[in-house]
Design a protein around this ligand. Sequence first.
Ligand SMILES: C[S@@+](CC[C@H](N)C(=O)[O-])C[C@H]1O[C@@H](n2cnc3c(N)ncnc32)[C@H](O)[C@@H]1O
Length: 234
Amino acid sequence: MIKDKIADYWNWRSTSYHQEYMSRITDEIELWEQILTPILPEGKHLNVIEVGTGPGILALALAKMGHNVTGIDLSPEMIKKAQNNAEKIGINASFREGDAENLDLAAGSADLIVSKYLMWTLPHPDIFLDGANRILAPGGRIIAVDGVWYTDTQEQAPAEKPYSAFFDECYEEVRPNLPLGKDNTPDKVVSLIADHGFSDSTWRYLDDYQSFLKTFDTNETTVTPYLVSAKKSC
Ligand SMILES: C[S@@+](CC[C@H](N)C(=O)[O-])C[C@H]1O[C@@H](n2cnc3c(N)ncnc32)[C@H](O)[C@@H]1O
């Protein structure tokens, strides 16, 4: 039931989300290629899952880099947007519905799991991380991009402000207890990831992404996103 409400929100939000990306999608995909290339092994074709793919930006960047990519999202409308984007840009990636907290993929079937702006929304990020660990092959990697959208003093994420009434309605039951819903600092995410069987964590602020967003004058630019990367422990 709660998952239906969460999906309702993101289904509704998918149109405005899509519009936000439309003007910058090709440049954004290029930027993510630049951000991700130094983290990934050279010359390998990886099996990649993007969880909470939304309009599919990271999935499309990774597919353009030559990886075999599937993007998963709870929201069927987001999946449609991602499929349309793939078609429009001419990049080959698969997209389908799925739940981050119930990943229906075979153990050891992925080399890389990525998520962007997903973990703060999850009622059970620990279940997502356990599932991610299970489906990663030995030595596989997780990359999580997020930002501190809400703090104890800031109740509304700038990017979500225009949409907050419906967000509050759909997330009413879970929002007070979202483990990463507030103050989800990089240290907090690194520590949670380490508790779920990952090691060799690194993280950095994505100043480059923030500068890029500023050139498009988006309302996301007051928060500096960060990227956490870690390996499945052997
Ligand atoms: C803030 S949006 C980010 C979308 C995309 N990653 C991006 O950065 O453009 C969060 C996304 O997570 C998805 N999501 C939320 N809960 C999910 C879950 N349990 N399983 C899979 N996707 C989920 C939403 O549908 C939405 O597309």
